[in-house]
Design a protein around this ligand. Structure first.
Ligand SMILES: Nc1ncnc2c1ncn2[C@@H]1O[C@H](COP(=O)(O)OP(=O)(O)OP(=O)(O)O)[C@@H](O)[C@H]1O
Length: 746
C-alpha cells in the first residue's frame, strides 16, 4: 500500500491562470515571412535514447549537422515497459503528494498532528529491532581542527537568489550498460567550437534564501507495529562492507595525498550513467532502513552512493562531488540515519534532547526536499524524528514546534539556524549532541555569502563529529578552504570521471549570442518552438534577478505562454505552491531566479534556458542540472549579449555549442513589443534597477561604470521604455553610481 506523505494539504489559492490577459489585437503583419524554426536550427538533431548525436569536432561538421539532420526537440521518453517506468510510478505514488505546507495556519495544524514520540525512548528501544545497532560505536576516529576566519559577506540583495529540490515522481535505473551506445560520440565535441571572448572573472552573488515557511513532515505509519515485531538484524557484515569498499575504491581509484588527506578520483566507466551495479544491502545498513529504501523504489545504488556509503559508514569525513541529479541526498542521509540508529536512546522526558544529525542546505526548497527524503528513508524508524527550520514563518512558531516535537535529525537553512542558536533557549545545548554535520551544496555554503553563518554553526557543534560535504561542483577555492569544516584526513570522493565534463552527456548545450534588444523576441521564439515540438514540455527559464524574473514572467504571460514565476520576492506559501505545481505538471514554463538553480529535483524538465550572465560557472552547471536528471535527456540554451560572451571562457571545457541566432520575423517582433507595452511600468522599473545592480556587482561588467550605464539603458529600451527609469539617489549611492551620465535619479 503506497504511503502518502502529507495527504491533507490543500491549495489555499487557486492556481494561476495560464491566460491571465486578454488576447491582443495585432495589426496585420508588414511582412509575413516566417522565421526558420529557431529550435530546429539550434537543435537540429533528433534525440534518441540509443543514438545521441555524434559530437562534432569542427565547425564544418557542426554546420553539416545543422543542415542535414532531421529536426526535433522531442525529449526522449523511456518505453512504458522499462524498468524505469515501472519503478517510477511506484516511487511517484509515495512521493507524489504535496510535501510542503501552504501557510502558517497549516503549519499549526501540522504541529498538532505531529507524533509526540519522535525521539528514542529507552522503553521503545528495548523492543525495537534497531537495538542491535546500539551495540556499535559510531566509528568516528579523528578530530579535526578548523579555522574560524571571518570574511566579508559578499554582495547580496533580494535580487540575487539562491536555490533547491522537490519530491520525486519517478525513479530511473539506467544501468551503465543501458546507455552504452549513446554516449561517447557526443563527448567527442571539441571545445574549439566555442567562440569564447575575454577571460571572465568569477563572481558570486550568493544570498541566503531564508525567512521562509517551515515544513513539517508527515510519515506514513501504517504497518509499523507489525514491522516492529519482525526479526530485524543489523546487516553489519564487515566482509560485505569491505568488498563493497574495495569495489568503490577500485571504481574511484582512491589515492593518498598530502597531509593525510585522501583524494579519490573516479572512473565510473566511460558512460555517463549514474547507476552502479551494487545493492544497498551490500552495505552495513540496518534492515529497517533497507525496507525504507526498497519502498522508496531504490534497488541499486547510484555511483555516488556506491562510492561514498562504505567510507561514510566507517565514520570518515568526506567531501564528495557527483553530477547533478545522481542521488547525493540519499548518499548523505543514509549514513547519517545509521548514526542515529547506533546512538544511545534519548530519554523522552529529557529537557533538551540532543540533535544528532544537522543537515544544512542553502535554500528553503532544498531543506524541505532533504527533510522529505529523510522522512521517506525513515519510514520504518518511527522513533526517529526529522524537522526543518527554514524561516518564512515566525521564529516563535518554529521554537514551539521544536519544543513540542524534539527531533534527532534537523534540516536547516543557515540564517534561520543561526537565529535559533542565538535566540532559542536550550537550542545551543541540543546542538552539542551533533554527531554528523552535513553541508549540502557545500561549495555554495562555504562561499562568502554564507561563510559567517557556517562558521557560527560549526562553532556551535562539537569538534568531535563526522562531517559530510556534498556538491556537484567543487571549485579549487572550496578545496582550499574545506578544512574549516572537515578533518585533515577527510576523503575527497570525486565521481566525475577525470577529464570528463561536469555536465551530463545526454544534455545538449547551446549558446546563442545576440544583441540585448533581440533577447525577448528570441526567448519567445525559442519557447514557442519548443512548446510546439514537445507536447509534454516542461521548461525552466533562469533570469538574473528576482525582479527581472517577475518582468520576464509577465511578458511571457502576455504572450499567452503557460508560465509560472518563482523568486525570493514571492511569499513562501506561493513559492511552495508553484514549485509543487511545476513538479507535478507537464506543459508548463517556470520563469525563475536562482532559487531554483541548485538541487531542486523537478522530474522530466525538457529544456533549461538561461537568459543573461550566470553568476559563475558553478551556477551555470547547477541550473543546467535541472534537466537530464537520473539519466534522462535534456537541452540547455544560454542566451547572452555580445558583451557577455566572455563568460563562455569559464565553461569552455563543457560540451556547449554555438547556435546560429534564429531570425525573428517582424510579426513576432511586433507581438513581443505589444506584450511588453502591457507589462506593468513598476515591474519594468524594478527590473531595470535590479538588472543594473546585478551587472554592477559583476567584476567584469561592473568595472566600467559608464559602459555599464549604457548597457542598462539598452536593456531599458529592450523593455520598450523610451527613457530609463529614475533610481532613488540612495540606491545609486550604494551602487557607487552617483553622477554617472545616463542615469536618472529621484
Ligand atoms: N539509488 C537510487 N536509485 C534510483 N533513483 C535514486 C536513487 N537515489 C536517489 N535517486 C533519485 O535520484 C533523483 C536525484 O537525486 P538528488 O536530488 O539527491 O540528486 P543530487 O545529486 O542531489 O542532485 P543536485 O546536484 O541537483 O542536487 C531523485 O529523484 C532521487 O529520488
Amino acid at each position: 500500500m503506497p504511503i502518502k506523505l502529507f495527504p491533507n494539504l490543500r491549495l489555499l489559492n487557486p492556481p494561476l491562470s495560464a491566460t491571465r490577459f486578454p488576447s491582443m489585437n495585432l495589426k496585420p503583419s508588414v511582412n509575413s515571412s516566417r522565421a526558420i524554426p529557431a529550435f530546429r536550427r539550434i537543435f537540429p538533431f533528433k534525440l534518441k535514447y540509443l543514438g545521441l548525436p555524434t559530437r562534432v569536432n569542427s565547425q564544418q561538421q557542426q554546420q553539416q549537422q545543422l543542415g542535414l539532420r532531421k529536426l526535433s526537440t522531442r525529449p526522449f521518453r523511456p518505453a512504458a515497459s522499462s524498468e524505469f517506468g515501472r519503478r517510477g510510478s511506484r516511487a511517484g505514488e509515495i512521493r507524489g503528494s504535496k510535501n510542503l505546507i501552504d501557510d502558517e495556519a497549516e503549519l499549526s495544524d501540522w504541529v498538532s498532528d505531529l507524533r509526540t514520540d519522535s525521539f528514542h525512548s529507552n522503553k521503545r528501544f528495548s523492543k525495537d529491532d534497531d537495538v542491535s545497532d546500539f551495540r556499535k560505536g559510531s566509528g568516528r576516529e579523528n578530530r579535526g581542527s578548523y579555522s574560524m576566519k571571518r570574511r566579508r559577506k559578499s554582495d547580496s540583495d533580494d535580487s540575487y537568489d539562491s536555490s533547491r529540490r522537490g519530491n520525486r515522481n519517478s525513479v530511473n535505473s539506467f544501468s551503465r550498460n543501458n546507455i552504452s551506445n549513446n554516449t561517447s560520440r557526443f563527448s567527442r565535441r571539441s571545445n574549439s567550437e566555442l567562440e569564447a571572448g575575454n577571460v571572465g572573472r568569477k563572481t558570486r552573488f550568493s544570498n541566503d534564501d531564508e525567512n521562509d515557511v517551515g515544513e513539517e513532515r508527515r510519515r506514513g505509519m501504517s504497518g509499523i507495529r507489525d514491522l516492529l515485531s519482525e526479526e530485524v538484524s543489523d546487516n553489519d557484515d564487515d566482509d560485505d562492507d569491505s568488498v563493497l569498499r574495495n569495489n568503490a575504491r577500485s571504481l574511484i581509484g582512491l589515492d593518498k595525498e598530502n597531509g593525510g588527506m585522501s583524494v579519490a578520483i573516479s572512473s565510473p566507466g566511460k558512460h555517463d550513467s549514474f547507476m552502479s551495479e551494487s545493492r544497498f544491502d551490500q552495505c552495513s545498513i540496518s534492515a529497517l532502513s533497507l525496507k525504507g529504501i526498497k519502498d522508496a523504489g531504490y534497488e541499486k545504488m547510484t555511483i555516488v552512493q556506491e562510492a561514498t556509503l562504505p567510507v561514510l559508514l566507517k565514520g570518515k569525513d568526506v567531501l564528495a562531488k557527483a553530477k547533478t541529479g545522481t542521488g547525493k541526498t540519499v548518499a548523505f542521509l543514509l549514513p547519517s540515519i545509521e548514526v542515529v540508529i547506533k546512538s544511545p536512546p534519548v530519554d523522552r522526558d529529557q529537557k533538551r534532547p540532543p540533535i544528532l544529525v544537522l543537515v544544512i542546505c542553502p535554500t528553503r526548497e532544498l531543506a524541505t526536499q532533504a527533510a522529505t527524503e529523510a522522512s521517506t528513508l525513515l519510514k520504518y524508524h518511527p522513533s526517529i524524528g526529522v524537522q526543518v527550520v527554514i524561516g518564512g514563518t515566525r521564529l516563535a512558531l518554529e521554537q514551539k514546534r521544536m519544543q513540542a516535537n524534539p527531533c534527532q535529525i534537523l534540516v536547516a537553512t543557515p540564517g534561520r539556524l543561526r537565529d535559533h542558536i542565538e535566540n532559542t533557549a536550550g537550542f545551543a545545548t541540543r546542538l552539542m549532541g551533533v554527531k554528523v554535520l552535513v553541508l549540502d551544496e557545500a561549495d555554495h555554503l562555504l562561499d562568502m555569502g554564507f561563510r559567517k553563518d557556517i562558521e557560527k554553526i560549526i562553532a556551535a557543534v562539537p569538534k568531535q563529529r563526522q562531517t559530510l560535504l556534498f556538491s556537484a561542483t567543487v571549485p579549487e577555492e572550496v578545496r582550499q578552504i574545506c578544512h574549516i569544516a572537515l578533518k585533515r584526513d577527510h576523503e575527497f570522493i570525486n565521481t566525475v570521471e577525470e577529464g570528463s565534463e561536469e555536465t551530463h552527456e545526454q544534455v545538449r548545450q547551446m549558446h546563442l549570442v545576440a544583441p540585448l534588444d533581440l533577447h525577448f523576441p528570441l526567448l519567445y521564439v525559442l519557447l514557442r518552438e519548443h512548446v510546439a515540438d514537445n507536447p509534454e514540455y516542461k521548461v525552466l527559464v533562469f533570469c538574473t534577478t528576482a525582479m527581472v524574473t517577475r518582468m520576464v514572467a509577465d511578458l511571457l504571460g502576455e504572450l499567452k505562454l503557460n508560465v509560472r514565476e518563482i523568486h525570493s520576492r514571492k511569499p513562501q506559501s506561493y513559492r511552495t505552491r508553484v514549485s509543487d505545481e511545476f513538479r507535478k505538471s507537464k506543459g508548463l514554463i517556470l520563469v525563475t531566479s536562482d532559487v531554483s538553480a541548485r538541487g531542486v529535483d523537478y522530474p522530466d524538465v525538457t529544456l533549461v534556458i538561461q537568459v543573461g550572465l550566470p553568476s559563475d560557472r558553478e551556477q551555470y552547471i547547477h541550473r543546467l542540472g535541472r534537466t537530464g536528471r537520473k539519466g534522462k535527456e535534456g537541452q540547455g540554451i544560454l542566451l547572452l549579449a555580445p558583451w557577455e560572451e566572455f563568460f563562455l571562457s569559464t565553461i569552455k571545457d563543457l560540451p556547449i555549442l554555438k547556435a546560429p541566432v534564429p531570425s525573428v520575423d517582424p510579426d513576432t517582433k511586433k507581438k513581443v513589443e505589444r506584450a511588453l507595452s502591457h507589462v506593468e511600468m513598476k515591474n519594468k522599473e524594478a527590473a531595470y534597477q535590479a538588472w543594473l545592480g546585478y551587472y554592477n556587482s559583476n567584476k567584469k561588467v561592473g568595472r566600467d561604470k559608464y559602459k555599464l550605464v549604457e548597457l542598462a539603458n539598452e536593456y531599458s529600451r529592450s523593455m520598450g521604455l523610451d527613457n530609463p527609469p529614475a533610481i532613488p539617489k540612495l540606491v545609486l549611492g550604494k551602487m557607487g553610481l552617483r553622477n554617472i551620465p545616463g542615469l536618472r535619479s529621484k
